[in-house]
Design a binder for this molecule. Structure first.
Ligand code: HEC
Ligand code: HEC
Ligand code: HEC
Ligand code: HEC
Ligand code: HEC
Length: 301
């Protein structure tokens, strides 16, 4: 009797293990093309043409290649030389969980391969091998799925669970013809949604990465002083272009400039040789006020 129960428990555990193993396998891509096919943003262009072209011109669309130097240093200098730590998926995700969230769905081997491509793209820049690596990496970025699916539930994972496959999380929950279902997401319109990437990263192994610190000043400077706008209210004014410090209009919007000029007569009657009959030098005190009107410190980084 006892033996049978144990036996059943054994079989049950074994089948659980098999189920977990095949689930893990099912959602892990083994090549970049397989990964891109799982989250193919090009398909969105068919129906959301304008949003797609705005996004293509945004910094979100080139989030690995624009940051190659820093990432290569992390992998080839930090991990390899200073900390003597092997390159693993967990290490690669310390950068790419924000710069290319789809990599969460890459196999261990593919994630390491992507890490090596980053080193090649930077170190062999200009050579055929370097250009080929950069071309591969350009397929990975902060894409449509990154925000509308992969990261859509992660500011409240306990409450919302994992994102549903193929479903778009958006502000209104309107389905996309026959192509996709949508789920209304309150989260995506909140600053906290942006702050998960524009803030400090807490890796599963406990390490924290402070790639950018802008969320801290948003919370403790701007909101604390009575600011009330969300990131979206200031940064979606040009749609999915998400303009920031690289956009002159946005930089101008962020800077208030005022001059206060007070005219006065310098040392009246006390300067010898001054031709002015009253003996003073016409002068002015000019005070310049440069105001930061952004919702956080500028510049960031
Ligand atoms: C919490 C999410 C997050 C993580 C983790 C992260 N980054 Fe970033 N990174 C960002 C964001 C957001 C920006 C854009 C910041 C800005 O413009 O204010 C950025 C910008 C950068 C830039 C500057 C890019 C430019 O255009 O000037 C470099 C370089 C960079 N990251 C490298 C890294 C490296 C290397 C790692 C891993 C060690 C890493 N990041 C990890 C979110 C992250
Ligand atoms: C960096 C995150 C981010 C990326 C990347 C992103 N979106 Fe969005 N998207 C948002 C946010 C935030 C909203 C607006 C929520 C709100 O209204 O407050 C939004 C709104 C939308 C909407 C509904 C409102 C509208 O403007 O029609 C559509 C459709 C949409 N996005 C499609 C896309 C497509 C297609 C892509 C890729 C080309 C994309 N998004 C990439 C964050 C993102
Ligand atoms: C066959 C056409 C079609 C394709 C392809 C398509 N969509 Fe949509 N999508 C729509 C329509 C129609 C709506 C509802 C009206 C609107 O918001 O534009 C919609 C709505 C949305 C919304 C807003 C949902 C909400 O909250 O109301 C998001 C976000 C979105 N789509 C993202 C995407 C992304 C990302 C892709 C690519 C993976 C994509 N769509 C591909 C047709 C499409
Ligand atoms: C999945 C992570 C992620 C999410 C979510 C995200 N971002 Fe970003 N964002 C990045 C990264 C990474 C960069 C840097 C890309 C680069 O330098 O190429 C960036 C760049 C930007 C920039 C351009 C900065 C510049 O230098 O011009 C702005 C503005 C921005 N994000 C605003 C937002 C806002 C607003 C939201 C929320 C609606 C948001 N982001 C959500 C990762 C993210
Ligand atoms: C009150 C409007 C406002 C709010 C709220 C706001 N921003 Fe900005 N943000 C700006 C302006 C204006 C700039 C351009 C200033 C500059 O770089 O000189 C900017 C710049 C940026 C940049 C580029 C920084 C750089 O150094 O180039 C990023 C990234 C960014 N914002 C993200 C965010 C995120 C994420 C939030 C929410 C946590 C947010 N912003 C809230 C107005 C705002």
């Amino acid at each position: 009797m006892k033996l049978t129960v144990l036996h059943k428990v054994g079989i049950f555990t074994l089948s659980m293990l098999i189920a977990t193993f095949s689930m893990a396998n099912a959602k892990e891509a083994k090549s970049i093309d397989e990964l891109v096919a799982m989250f193919d943003d090009k398909k969105c262009a068919e129906c959301h043409e304008q949003i797609y072209s705005e996004w293509q011109a945004s910094w979100h669309a080139k989030a690995i290649n624009s940051s190659l130097k820093g990432m290569r240093n992390f992998i080839a200098v930090g991990l390899a030389k200073e900390w003597d730590t092997p390159l693993t998926k967990a290490e690669v995700l310390k950068c790419l969980d924000c710069h290319a969230p789809a990599v969460n769905y890459a196999s261990e081997e593919l994630a390491v391969e992507i890490g090596n491509l980053i080193v090649t793209a930077f170190e062999k820049k200009g050579s055929p091998a370097g250009s080929q690596a950069a071309e591969e990496l350009a397929k990975l970025n902060v894409g449509c799925y990154s925000c509308h699916n992969i990261k859509a539930t992660s500011i409240a994972p306990g409450l919302r669970g994992k994102p549903e496959k193929g479903v778009m999380y958006g502000p209104n929950g309107e389905d996309g013809d026959d192509f996709h279902e949508s789920i209304e997401s309150v989260d995506i319109s909140t600053s906290a949604f942006c702050m998960q990437c524009h803030g400090v990263y807490h890796a599963p192994d406990g390490e924290t990465i402070q790639c950018n610190t802008l969320s801290g000043s948003y919370r403790h400077g701007y909101l604390a002083a009575g600011g009330s706008k969300t990131c979206q209210e200031c940064h979606l004014n040009k749609g999915h272009l998400f303009p920031g410090g690289h956009d002159l209009d946005t930089v101008k919007e962020g800077l208030g400039f005022n001059l206060e000029i007070a005219k006065y007569n310098h040392l009246p009657g006390q300067i010898e040789g001054v031709k002015n009959p009253k003996g003073w030098v016409p002068s002015a005190v000019i005070t310049a006020f440069v105001e930061n009107k952004a919702g956080h410190r500028i510049p960031d980084g």
